[in-house]
Ligand binder design. Structure first.
Ligand SMILES: N[C@@H](CCC(=O)N[C@@H](CS)C(=O)NCC(=O)O)C(=O)O
Length: 207
């Protein structure tokens, strides 16, 4: 059985949990990170030298980096609907995944850590406001794209990119500040709620 190392409050762990649900793959989840066991523990560092959750173990092979794991699992199951096998179509999915893990992910960190996790090192009001503005601008980009595609982030079909963008939108909705009115985002969120994986690890999974 697949083993997923990482505590379930982590958005990056949730990506993998949702993917397994989407694919109907049973898994065992083992707590590491956050308030559970520290990722600095040498036992964990043997699994992932960069000391981050999630880590996936599949028949003795170890994988890390959440978006790589999502792609690996979709490819392992031959799910070309989730991860197309033609290079051009695949790149349309991957570009949103790469943007999510690099630029998008960086917009919310300060506001989320300060307002949701209530971390003492993230309480500067100016930096919270700046992070929130950048987060809302990035969500505006997602909304524009959804208006263009009419359904999902990379087109008419649900793909791996919606797992990582969808959980980011869930994070946006978790910030206790007034949000701009973005009907496309609300419709997207409702569309994602049709999926068990999003209900479990997004909508009903806490923050
Ligand atoms: N680029 C990495 C980032 C992973 C990451 O930031 N993981 C965080 C949790 S979301 C972590 O390991 N933090 C240390 C901890 O939880 O103790 C990925 O996508 O897998």
């Amino acid at each position: 059985m697949l083993k997923i190392y990482g505590q379930p409050k982590s958005i990056n762990v949730r990506k993998v949990l949702w993917t397994c649900t989407e694919l109907g793959l049973p898994f065992e989840r083992i707590d590491w990170g956050g308030e559970t066991r520290p990722v600095t523990d040498p036992e964990f560092q043997k699994l992932n030298p960069v000391g981050m959750i999630p880590v996936l173990e599949d028949a003795g092979q170890i994988f890390w980096e959440s978006n790589s794991i999502v792609r690996y699992l979709a490819a392992r199951e031959g799910r070309h609907d989730l991860l197309p096998d033609t290079p051009a179509e695949r790149a349309q999915v991957e570009k949103w995944m790469d943007w999510q893990v690099s630029d998008f992910n960086n917009t919310w960190r300060y506001a989320f850590m300060g307002l949701v996790r209530k971390h003492p090192n993230f309480q500067d009001e100016k930096q919270i406001a700046e992070s929130w503005n950048r987060f809302c601008s990035a969500v505006g980009i997602v909304a524009q794209e959804l208006t263009r595609t009419g359904a999902y982030i990379a087109g008419a079909q649900f793909t791996c990119a919606d797992i990582v963008i969808g959980l980011s939108i869930h994070r946006w909705k978790s910030i206790p500040l007034e949000r701009p009115n973005l009907p496309e985002i609300e419709r997207y969120y409702e569309r994602l709620c049709e999926r068990e994986g999003f209900r479990l690890y997004g909508r009903d999974g806490g923050v």
